[in-house]
Design a binder for this molecule. Structure first.
Ligand SMILES: [Zn+2]
Length: 426
């Protein structure tokens, strides 16, 4: 049990401010309790945190992440400079993921989970690829996340780009993982998937009562390829294969859509994860929410793990190419929490909280909190992080693993990864 003494609690849905002591029980999906007096019998065993002058609110969720890219920061330029989106994948990301072994994956997962935790993110929805280390990759990521204390919804990125054998390994890895864990069936994107693999993936999702997690029209190329090969648009193709009926499914990017595809997504009620910074970085285009529905959430696409930063970038970029205001950006920021709740995934219950050491420079109340959310708050204010009732960050320090040791090892392993990438034929 953790006791947050004298906190100002901000309800993540209503934004109501409540001054109270808060009892936070340990365990998955436990309810928190507001008490006037702290029961004396609790004091002996509980961890007491003085939250006088601090704000406490529900912790954050990353709606689309890639553990596999965690060791990419600072890596050398690719052997060939990419000129378009397909070449960015081929020369950079598919070269990187082909080079990953289980040790690199484990280190990438530790690094990602640590970055999540320190920015107040206690739940990540990840999409993983490692074509030459498929077997055991998801459990390896799960174990590292569990050690750090960050909850997860994982998937293996199925694709036919590396041949039938590796596609089948991906299906087997997904099924093995789903037997014992909550997860999704990951799909790379329409343009690297045959109908046969898509059908198998959809059947697997149905068998384990889950959904797919798929990149959709991240670049115009995905749509052009779909039309050339299948004579239909990407969302129409997925709809014809029954994928839009898998209610837990998650559609990522969704940049190039016709009005008819927007209607299909809206009517399906599926969640869409937008990834503004990644789209800008890859120069693929800009997201527009028009007619796509209200279930838009935010992801970082593996670029970083800071959801407050993702919200700000999405808001600023939205001024150019979207209809967005303070309420809408906060709604999208919190939709990943709603996605998990609506679909009954475990690990994002009430006892997942951040303690914000935020001393506003101007008046703040529930009526103008969103102005502070966008222009005042950032991750430097995340002082403590509680996940499933456990203190996983205390005074900005990771509590359950040795961050310095992991980072030092990651520095060595990243060089091994970058050297291996030089040997992969383009
Ligand atoms: Zn992605």
């Amino acid at each position: 049990m953790i006791i947050l003494k004298n906190a100002t609690f901000i309800d993540w849905e209503s934004l109501a401010f409540t001054k109270s002591n808060i009892l936070v029980p340990k365990g998955v999906d436990q309810a928190i309790q507001f008490v006037k007096e702290i029961p004396k019998e609790l004091n002996a065993e509980a961890t007491l945190i003085d939250c006088t002058g601090k704000y406490v609110t529900k912790s954050f969720v990353n709606g689309h992440h890639h553990v596999y890219s965690a060791l990419a920061t600072g890596m050398p330029a690719p052997k060939k400079i990419p000129g378009n989106f397909y070449e960015i994948l081929k020369y950079i990301w598919w070269t990187l993921d082909k080079s990953l072994d289980l040790e690199m994956i484990k280190t990438s997962a530790y690094v990602t989970a640590i970055a999540c935790a320190k920015s107040g993110v206690t739940f990540a929805i990840d999409h993983h690829a490692s074509p030459f280390a498929v077997e055991g990759s998801l459990q390896t990521i799960a174990d590292a996340f569990n050690e750090v204390g960050v909850s997860h919804l994982l998937s293996y990125e199925l694709t036919d780009r590396d041949g039938v054998k590796i596609a089948n390994q991906g299906l087997a890895e997904t099924e093995n993982y789903l037997k014992n864990n909550q997860g999704l069936v990951g799909l790379h994107a329409s343009f690297t998937l045959t109908n046969k693999t898509l059908e198998k993936a959809a059947n697997l999702a149905r068998k384990y009562n889950t959904g797919v997690h798929v990149h959709v029209a991240e670049d115009l190329y995905d749509q052009e390829h779909c039309y050339d090969i299948h004579n239909k648009r990407v969302i129409e193709r997925f709809n014809d294969l029954g994928i839009l009926n898998l209610k837990r499914s998650l559609l990522v990017h969704c940049l190039y859509l016709t009005n008819a595809e927007r209607d299909l997504i809206r009517e399906s009620g599926l969640f869409v994860a937008q990834n503004t910074e990644s789209n800008l970085n890859n120069n693929v285009g800009q997201f527009n929410s028009c007619a796509i529905g209200n279930n838009i959430m935010l992801g970082t696409d593996g670029m970083h793990s800071d959801m407050l930063r993702a919200a700000k970038a999405t808001f600023y970029n939205g001024q150019l190419n979207d209809t967005i205001d303070y309420a809408e950006i906060y709604h999208r920021f919190r939709n990943a929490n709603r996605y998990l709740k609506t679909n009954n995934f475990k690990g994002d219950g009430e006892n997942n909280l951040v303690v914000l050491d935020y001393l506003p420079s101007t008046y703040m109340s529930e009526s103008n909190f969103l102005g502070h959310f966008l222009f005042g708050l950032d991750t430097t204010h995340v002082q403590h992080v509680i996940a499933n009732g456990e203190l996983i960050v205390k005074d900005r320090i990771i509590t359950k693993v040795d961050e310095s040791a992991i980072k030092l090892k990651a520095q060595q392993i990243s060089q091994k990864l970058w050297n291996k990438m030089q040997t992969i034929p383009l």
